[in-house]
Design a protein around this ligand. Structure first.
Ligand SMILES: [Zn+2]
Length: 76
């Protein structure tokens, strides 16, 4: 069994992280989330506010429902 290393903040060594809305972010109108150290606030990553994976899954489900309706119409 492999052991996964614990993620640590490179600034303070903390191991707790949080996701917050990026504020005072210049150069874009896109909503961005920061992954930051919960202890000192050092930013360690950024995420799009809109989760594309979730959006794509919703589109897939909508398409499947539409296809089922069309198939039902052609059978009758
Ligand atoms: Zn830190």
């Amino acid at each position: 069994m492999s052991v996964v290393a614990e993620s640590k903040c490179s600034v303070c060594g903390g191991s707790h992280f949080e996701v917050v809305h990026a504020r005072a972010l210049e150069g874009t109108t896109r909503a961005v989330l920061f992954v930051q150290c919960a202890d000192c606030g050092a930013v360690v990553g950024a995420l799009d506010f809109v989760n594309l994976g979730v959006q794509i899954n919703h589109m897939k489900e909508d398409l499947q429902r539409t296809l089922e309706k069309l198939r039902a119409q052609f059978k009758s």
